[in-house]
Every structure is written in C-alpha cells, then in structure tokens.
Design a protein. Structure first.
Length: 266
C-alpha cells in the first residue's frame, strides 16, 4: 500500500490534518496504515510550524480497529505472540506518539469507531463526533479478548468503571449523543457540521500557548494518581515555573488591554 493513498495529509494554517483513507474497508488499522501514521506523527513532531493536529477518517467510518482479515498464524510460533509483538513494537507506540505530541490533538469521529479504533480516537486531547457516529467494543463478546490500544485506560477514567465494564462485556453500540452525555467525548454535532466544527476546534487549540497540551496532560494525569495535598503542591510547583514564562506576561497584558492574547509558536 502507498502511504500517500492510505493516509491523507493536509494543512490548514497551523493545523495539520491526517485522514485514515481505506474507506472501502472502513479504515482498519492495517500494519501499513499504522506505520504511515507513526511516520507522519514523527515528521509533525519536528515541524515547529504545526500547532494542532486533527485526526479523522474518510468515508462512513473513523476506524474499525484491527485488520482481522489479514491475521493468520505464523509458520513458527503463535498468532497471539505475533499479535502481542506487533502491539508492543507498533500499535502501542502509536498511541504513545499521539499522547506525547507537543501540540493538542483533536479526533473527529465521522462514523463507526470500533475495536482498537476506540483507543485511537480517545488518545486525542479533545474528541468531537458526528451525530451518526458510535463507539463499539466487540473484543470480549465477539472475540473473547480484552479491549486494547489504551481503551480500558481511557474508558475507566472518562466514564467510570461501571460503564466501562458494561460496555466491554455487553458490546452495545454507544451513540455519539450518549457518549457526549456520559463525558466520554467533548461534543456531538450534526454530520454535515463535523468537518467545520472539528477544524474550528483545532484552530482554537492552535492559538493556545505552545506548552498547553503537555502541561494540561501532565496535570490531569497527576490528579488521577495523587492525593489532594499532593496535587495542590504539584499545582503550586507548576505555577512557580509557568508564571515566569512569556506566555503569562502576554496573557496579563492582553487581559488588561481587553484584547485576545497572541502566543508565540513552538
């Protein structure tokens, strides 16, 4: 597969757009697509003109997860070992790549989001979905395996263990509207509005201070593992450093002048 055919790359100002582009098969996470994604993310990480990323799918689906049709046992060894090796060397690093980018990431879920595609979508900082979209975890009820690519980590934190466990066991479709109500995603919009709404969201995030994504990810991940006194100390330590940075000075000046702040890029 040609990487340029399975992953469409675009730019709108400071926003980079990546589109999963295997629409006839509902954008499965083939090995070539994962490799193309990792290569694109590595390039964007080094491109200091990029200030936000928008990830979406082409066609009727965002991503339906693993490419089950291509999975076959190797001549020597087991299919399980082969799959775990691929996850550790390619799929899991892909999620870590997205979570550690030096700029905010938006997932625009344009349709079906199933299997490992759920972990891919939820790895973004902000998720917006079309009203017709849905989230589906077929792992256990259909295949006898556990959710992967971080799905369990995200779901437990975003919607709580009771809902995460029931979704994983029952395999019900979770509509975009219900996902918004549960707090799994930021917003649900009409299908025709999704491209413009997602881009506007990414452009707003691109205007943030250059360190916004990294700092906000870190502070909320710390909040999930620390006691309140520990988190209060953590917040004070971050303010100790951040208040002395140029972004804070620009924010104060803009506030006093009653104008929008203009923060420098990366």
């Amino acid at each position: 597969m040609n990487p340029e055919q399975i992953l469409v790359r675009e730019r709108v100002g400071a926003v980079a757009l990546l589109r999963l582009n295997i629409p006839a098969r509902m954008n499965p996470l083939t090995l070539p697509l994962q490799q193309a994604l990792r290569a694109a993310l590595a390039e964007l990480r080094e491109d200091r003109s990029v200030r936000a990323l928008l990830l979406t799918g082409t066609g009727k689906a965002f991503c339906v997860g693993a490419d089950l049709g291509s999975m076959s046992p190797p001549e020597n060894g087991s299919l399980g070992q082969q799959t775990a090796d691929a996850m550790e060397s390619l799929s899991n690093p892909l999620i870590e790549d997205l979570r550690t980018l030096p700029f905010p990431v938006v997932s625009a879920v344009n349709g079906a989001c199933a299997g490992a595609g759920v972990g891919l979508a939820l790895s973004a900082d902000v998720v917006v979905a079309a009203r017709s979209a849905y989230f589906y975890l077929p792992f256990m009820p259909r295949l006898g395996i556990v959710p992967d690519l971080g799905s369990t980590w995200f779901l437990e934190r975003f919607v709580g263990r009771a809902r995460a466990l029931a979704l994983s066991l029952l395999g019900d479709h979770l509509s975009a509207e219900r996902a918004e109500q549960w707090g799994l995603i930021w917003s649900c919009v009409d299908d025709a509005q999704l491209p413009d709404a997602a881009l506007a969201l990414a452009q707003s995030l691109a205007a943030l201070p250059a360190h916004a994504a990294q700092e906000m990810r870190a502070v909320y991940e710390a909040a999930g593992r620390q006691t309140l006194p520990q988190q209060l100390r953590y917040e004070a330590e971050r303010q100790r450093e951040l208040i002395d940075r140029p972004a804070f000075a620009e924010g104060v000046q803009a506030f006093l002048a009653k104008r929008e702040p203009v923060f420098p890029g990366r």
